[in-house]
Ligand binder design. Sequence first.
Ligand code: MG
Length: 335
Amino acid sequence: MRHWLVFAAMILAPPASVLAANAPAQQIAAPEGSPVALHGALSVQDGKVVGEHGRPVILRGMSLFWSQWAPQYYSRETVDWLVEDWKVSAVRAAIAAEGGDSARQHSDREFAKASAVIDAAVRNGIYVLVDWHAHRAYPEEAERFLTAIARKYGHLPNLIYEPFNEPLREGVDWSRDVKPYHQQVVGAIRAIDPDNLVIVGSPSWSQDVDIAAKDPLGFANVAYTLHYYAATHKEALRAKADAALAEGAALMITEFGTVEATGDGDIDIESSNAWWDWAEENDISWLNWSITDKDETSAALKPGTGPSGWTDADLTENGKLLRARLRAAAEGKQR
Ligand code: MG
């Protein structure tokens, strides 16, 4: 009988390679002068995201595209290049959770992509958002995926969770639907990782920050994500965001476009500048959509562009605009 139990334990135990892949990541010192070396672990205090020094921190960076459709950029080379040449202080892994080829069906494959991006961010001393990129609620799958991330990386200052990219508008209510989702998923994260930032989505594709701020979550170190597309969303959405700030909510722009909400259309530079000025004035971080070579104007790269070593000829108009903006910001110039 005992032999059978030993044998059963052997075949039921996960292989060593899986255990090693999911074991807590090694904590390494952030490179001198890097964003994480300068600011350490982030938290939310008095409606602002602040560093260990207690002062507001503005992260500026790029979101990667849907992980199932642009996997070539979920790589060390891409993150290294974005740090070295674009001077980002954060990147966002948009882990696909919609459709038939997502993290819901291929959890290990997508976990490996998130890990590649996080590991590269840690080596470079930048912050990294792990975004559960969904429009519909899949709380069980989100919880399983993000708690695995928490077990591996929750002890590192680099990690930021984003458990629900863009809840829909029709038939979706913050207090009835989305808040309970976050209570479940963020609660599960908090059981493992008590402190790293969590940036939560709200209905209307993460525009209803004013409604969420009136009925906030009770967890520490939670901010609300605000998504905008500059050619579509202007003063009316900033008024909602101002209302959320007035309620005491901390905001982070984990995704925005310089173009229309479709991800396509012309760049609206006037509106983009108005949004950037507003974000900087309010100490709000921003990450642009997106690093991909899809044939659409929000893409930063032209079709066929490889994972790193990009020249001006590889960049779209949006890519050139964001690279210039990020490089200037890294030197302290906001415009
Ligand atoms: Mg932690």
